[in-house]
Design a protein around this ligand. Structure first.
Ligand code: SDX
Length: 381
């Protein structure tokens, strides 16, 4: 062992504190999550997603005037840009929606009139523009995959209502809008997760916000991270979803499936977390949103599948669900294609990512860790 290799390697940066952040606090001991000091459960119950976005960006709850100003801005910046639609239209309709989302943000950055301007006021406006513009990308992609036409945004609807309107071409029931809003608040921010840290690494080189968020989308696509909510649904589909099945029978089947999967040493997406070890603080609130969708659509068998998998994983390995686990079936019941689930995560996490981009830039240091060399000793040609 050379001197270098005797240093401790922190693979995956597990347990490494890379920097300060004032944006959110993930607390595995108390199983809690604070956005700018406020418990996420309170925010999910009491604030709109638009207000949570302003809290994450500005550090304080918005005044009524700030809220109204942002609402007017957001509602007037929702339309799908022609350049983005053209770029999406050259992609095959079965292109993975995460690739469509990544392409859309890249195009928005490429055509931005202030692309090279990374000043705080311009970056905050870019964040607000992306917040407003991304739902149309997700909605358009789901519709074109089904051979449906683009649905134009409506300025009389709030963010969540309009997102569902553009996707399904009809006004969603209040319960569905509420469950969707809760999911957006819960997905918004989670300290130095892989995609957020990616955004900070890119920002630390002084690259622009769109480059940072395009890179973050690449990181989020992986099934060990954001792609897990899509993978959860593939698990449910592999077990089989039968609306005529009783909740009890579904639970029995999914329990047996999990026992078999674990016996085969499979990693089951939607469970476990790098930071939370006694359960993800967001799950109870997201589970409540799932419960409301199961009741609204009368789909008790989905809850059965959910409960059976959770019980079997807990019994076998004591591993708890993460946010992606209840989020996947919730989006499925709302009618989103499974491949659209992680783009929904993008729509929400644009808020956290952009807040971290601005925080990194405000007190920057190039992120460049060391490595311990374990290749061949020096030798001559
Ligand atoms: C998100 O970081 C964030 O904050 C992310 C996120 C956010 O808001 O940004 O919270 C969103 O990404 C949530 C996580 C979504 N990912 C998944 O659901 C993928 C499945 N989960 C695992 O891959 C895993 O739990 C990780 C990647 C999330 C965390 O992995 P760690 O901390 O590196 O732990 P590990 O993979 O080394 O697992 C420790 C042990 C292992 O057992 P042994 O091999 O030591 O016997 O637990 C087992 C693992 O096999 N294990 C699992 C498991 N998760 C851990 N076994 C089966 N299925 C799983 N899901």
């Amino acid at each position: 062992m050379t001197q270098e290799n005797q240093q401790e390697i922190h693979k995956g940066l597990d347990g490494v504190i890379a920097d300060y952040t004032a944006i959110s606090k993930v607390n595995p001991e108390s199983n809690s999550l604070l956005y700018r000091g406020y418990p996420v459960q309170q925010l999910a119950q009491q604030l709109s997603f638009e207000e949570v976005a302003l809290l994450l960006w500005n550090g304080e709850l918005p005044t009524a005037a700030q809220r109204d100003e942002f609402t007017a801005f957001e509602r007037s910046h929702r339309a799908l840009a022609q350049e983005v639609k053209t770029a999406i239209d050259v992609l095959p309709t079965d292109t993975h929606p995460m690739d469509v989302g990544r392409t859309a943000v890249s195009v928005l950055g490429a055509i931005h009139p202030e692309a090279g301007d990374t000043s705080p006021e311009v970056e905050l406006r870019k964040a607000k523009e992306l917040f407003a513009a991304f739902p149309a990308v997700v909605a358009y992609d789901q519709r074109r995959r089904r051979g449906l036409e683009l649905v134009e945004p409506r300025e009389d609807l709030d963010y969540s209502q309009n997102f569902l309107w553009m996707t399904f071409g009809e006004e969603a029931a209040p319960e569905v809008v509420e469950a969707f809003r809760v999911s957006m608040v819960l997905y918004a921010e989670h300290s130095f997760n892989a995609s957020t840290f990616t955004a900070r690494v890119v920002t630390s080189t002084l690259a622009d916000l769109h480059s940072a968020i395009t890179s973050a989308i690449g990181a989020l696509k992986g099934p060990l991270h954001g792609g897990a909510n899509e993978a959860v649904m593939h698990t449910f589909e592999e077990i089989g979803i039968d609306p005529k099945e009783s909740r009890e029978d579904a639970a029995a089947r999914s329990k047996a499936w999990m026992e078999q999967a674990l016996a085969e040493k499979r990693k089951v997406m939607g469970f476990g977390h790098r930071v939370y070890k006694n359960g993800d603080s967001r799950v109870p609130t997201m589970r409540g949103a799932l419960d409301s969708m199961v009741a609204h659509y009368g789909r008790g068998e989905v809850m059965g599948l959910y409960d059976g998998l959770e019980a079997a994983m807990d019994e076998a390995k004591g591993i708890k669900p993460n946010l992606d686990y209840p989020a996947g079936p919730t989006y499925h019941l709302m009618g989103f294609d499974t491949e659209m689930f992680t783009p929904l995560f993008i729509a929400s996490r644009i808020t956290g990512w952009s807040a971290h981009v601005m925080e990194q830039r405000a007190d920057n240091s190039l992120i460049r860790p060391l490595s311990a060399y374990n290749g061949p000793d020096e030798r001559s040609l």
